[in-house]
Design a protein around this ligand. Structure first.
Ligand SMILES: [Cu+2]
Length: 148
């Protein structure tokens, strides 16, 4: 009698421990999945947008005239809430008109660059995960005829 009760107690205790272990395992699994998610985030769809390719390239020298700007990101971006600002060598800044129907992960626009000297491009994008990232890129406008 006593032994049976003890066995039942042990059995129920065992079940409680088993449940606890399952809960712990589920938590550990959840943490592992969360960790994996964090590790995969930079290359996944739900990642902060970072530039993976740029035109002009950082510190590039371009000739005066029409300049095609294209920034390729690692994730989709919200074109309406993303912007490129150009700063001329004299410090004047202007927003670049963003190409509306471009690829989902590309921010592009076309501008006239005439003033020789160091220019700076500032970009700010909103990625699909709701995070804003920003960065800058320097390039130089130099007349090909003058440079030689
Ligand atoms: Cu993000």
């Amino acid at each position: 009698m006593v032994d049976i009760k003890a066995d039942r107690f042990r059995a129920s205790k065992f079940h409680a421990e088993a449940r606890l272990q399952q809960t712990l395992m589920a938590s550990a699994l959840g943490l592992m999945l969360a960790g994996t998610g964090l590790l995969l985030a930079p290359v996944g769809v739900l990642a902060h947008a970072i530039v993976v390719a740029a035109r002009p390239a950082m510190n590039a020298t371009v000739v005066p005239g029409v300049l095609d700007i294209r920034l390729d990101f690692n994730s989709r971006i919200d074109h309406k809430r993303s912007a490129i600002t150009l700063a001329r060598p004299d410090g004047a800044k202007a927003l670049v008109g963003i190409t509306a129907n471009g690829p989902a992960s590309v921010l592009s626009g076309q501008v006239q660059v005439t003033m020789p000297g160091p220019w700076k491009l500032y970009w700010q994008v909103l990625s699909v995960d709701g995070h804003i990232t920003r960065g800058e890129l320097a390039f130089v406008v130099r007349d090909g005829q003058q440079a030689r």
